[in-house]
Each structure stands twice: as C-alpha cells, then as structure tokens.
Design a protein around this ligand. Sequence first.
Ligand SMILES: CC(=O)SCCNC(=O)CCNC(=O)[C@H](O)C(C)(C)COP(=O)(O)OP(=O)(O)OC[C@H]1O[C@@H](n2cnc3c(N)ncnc32)[C@H](O)[C@@H]1OP(=O)(O)O
Ligand SMILES: O=C([O-])CC(=O)C(=O)O
Length: 371
Amino acid sequence: MEGVVVARSSISYVDGRQGRLIYQGYDIRDLAEHATFEEVCFLLWHGRLPDSGELSSLREQLVAARPLPSGVVSLLASVPGRSPMAVLQTAVAALGLYDAEADDNGREANLRKSVRLTAQMASVVAAFHRLRRGLPVIEPDPELDHAANFLYMLTGQRPDPTSARVMDVALTLHADHEFNASCFAGRVTASTLSDIYSAVAAAVGTLKGPLHGGANEQVMRLLMEIGEPERAAEVVQARLAARERIPGFGHRVYKTWDPRALILKRFSEELSRLKGEPRWYAISLAVEEAVRSAKDLYPNVDFYSASVYHLLGIPVDLFTPVFAVSRISGWTAHLLEQYADNRLIRPRAEYTGPMELRYVPVEDRPPHTAA
Ligand SMILES: CC(=O)SCCNC(=O)CCNC(=O)[C@H](O)C(C)(C)COP(=O)(O)OP(=O)(O)OC[C@H]1O[C@@H](n2cnc3c(N)ncnc32)[C@H](O)[C@@H]1OP(=O)(O)O
Ligand SMILES: O=C([O-])CC(=O)C(=O)O
C-alpha cells in the first residue's frame, strides 16, 4: 500500500520531500515551540486551537479523569510485567469494561472517552511501573499539567522545568502522523462500528512492533550496546553488513530529515549536557554519522527520542508505551473522524492460491511430505 491514498483527512499532513509535518494547518515546529500538549489535543480533536476558557475546561477534564478504576489498578498489580505494551493493550480493553459509555459511538460520548483515555493511558503506564517495582501508586497532582504529572506519577519526583517542558514537547511531537500503521489499524476497527476502546487496543498492538513505535526501545538498546561514541561506526557497519536494520532510521514517507527528529536532537544534546551524561548524545551523533555515511537514511522520530526519554529517567521498556501516551491524542482524533463519516474499510487482495481443487477424505490422502 506504499503511497496509496485510502481516505481524506484534515487532521495531519506529512510532506515527505520537504520534511514538514502539519497538524490541522499548524507546522509542528511552531507547535513545538509555542503550544502545550493539552492545546494540541484540543487542536487534533476539534480542528482549531482552544480559547482560554476551552483550554481551562479541557485541563480540568483531563485532571478529573486521571485516577484509574480500582479494578484496573488490581489488574495492573496482577499481570506479568514482561511486555509493558501488552499490559497497556490489556488495560485499554479493561478501561472499556469500566466505562458505562463504552458502546455509545456518538461524537459527544466519544469526545469524553478521548479525554478519559488520554488522561488514563498515562496513569496506566505510571501505575504499572510503580506496581511492578513493589512501590505505591502515586496520586496525581492536579497542579501539574499532563506531561509533568506523568513524570511525577512515574518517578515520584516533581520534574524540573526543563524536563517538564521537554516531556511536554515530546508528547506534542509524537501526537499524530497521518495514516501510520497504528492509526490505520484503529480506523479499520472503528470502521466496523466497534467501540473506541477496541480501536485503541488494536492501535496499541500495532504500535508495539519494532518497525513502528517499538523502534525507540531498540534504539536505546543499541546505544547501550555501543557504550562509547568511538565504537559506533564499527557496530553500525557490522549490522549493515549482516543486512540488519538500524532502529530509528528510515521512514516510509520522509525521504529527508523528519522535522521531529531535528527538534529531539536538540533536546538530546541539551539534556545530555544538563544531566551531566554527555555520552548519550555523543553516541547518538556518532551513530547518525555512521548511518548517514553508509546509507541515504535519516533519523526518524524514534532515534533521538530514545536518549531524550532515557535522560528523563524513563525505563527503556516503557519507551513505546510513552509513545502511546502521546499518540492516543491522534488516534482518537482519527477515530472521531472515522465515526463521523464511516464506511467499512475492506480492501481486496489479489488471489494467488490454487483453484478447482476437489476435497479428498482424510483416509485417502497420501502422507504429507515437506517440499
Ligand atoms: C514512528 C515510526 O514508526 S517511525 C519508523 C520506526 N521504525 C524503525 O526505525 C525501524 C527501522 N526502519 C525500517 O525498518 C524502515 O526504514 C521502515 C520500516 C521504517 C520503512 O521501511 P520502508 O518504507 O518499507 O523502506 P524499505 O524497507 O523499502 O527500505 C528501503 C531500503 O532502505 C533500507 N533501509 C530502510 N530502513 C533501514 C534501516 N533502518 N537500516 C538499514 N537499512 C534500512 C532497506 O534495507 C532498503 O534497502 P535495499 O533497497 O537495499 O533493500
Ligand atoms: O508515519 C509513519 O509511518 C510512522 C509514524 O507513526 C510516525 O512517523 O510518527
């Protein structure tokens, strides 16, 4: 389906040649510099920036929705913690079980659920992490905005202003990206008129893969394996010689710099310096140079977000869940758009199997021999 346009959408636009990303008319660089994640959520859901009353109201709704149903907390305390993305997917389905509006697909109900899901996915990731470490779940702080509160509930420390701002911008940068694989999976689910929780659970499962959101975790594991900038070229060359992919490079749509990667690169450099850990930026830069000199591939959003998340104190296996904590805003915007003008998404396949075979009873079939 490379390059195939499957629907019309007003939510976001990716110009893969110029390296531009637009949310509802606004350039991502403008939003990253000036907007908050809460404003971006409103923009994606409503198609325009909020006025101050609307923004205060959205903030209040998000704060009010942060606490999780106790049944979901019990579930998080009892599941095996091997795959945080599988836990998140399970928790999204469970949140639907506790929502009396789960099966109401009207726009107003779905908007309320978009707010709840955006607030609660952050709470799920933070609570799961605390519980698996045997630590108490942190009560949300209504004075903190979404990004800062997430870091607080995860780490137990109120973040410094730079960390809070970097987290907020990272959420904005990851919020939406046109018909990416997870968004498309969610829209396909919604197109059957299934509920928003089912659609988001499908999207979470799709984001998990290492060719999509799962790449950010693989990037950090690569940086850790490399360990020092001087080893970057050797490790990258060995991987390319083995025809392995370098996580965090290449993109189906961008054929130049991903504008989000440029912003995250600056944050990686800034945080590396501020936190006194210059090697993460130095290794990342050395990997970028090694890949760029070997292949015509640019870093995507997952490359520099890895060192940024690490420097914010986020555990490596939560990197992809943190991507979902942001992308829930874009997924739900797309689901609202899908429900508003729905037609079942059901493409065709070109059949390549045999025809005209006749059934033979099992006792008459010869033993199968591997080809
Ligand atoms: C949020 C996101 O989802 S962003 C993407 C996150 N995923 C990653 O970072 C995983 C690594 N990247 C990749 O695997 C790919 O670049 C993808 C899946 C993102 C896009 O892939 P496609 O559009 O299908 O590109 P395609 O697979 O056709 O690659 C074109 C060529 O570039 C090579 N290539 C692409 N990405 C990489 C990479 N990361 N490392 C090494 N080679 C690569 C391919 O091997 C291929 O080379 P060839 O023509 O010599 O065989
Ligand atoms: O658009 C894509 O294919 C991948 C994606 O979600 C992104 O880059 O944010």
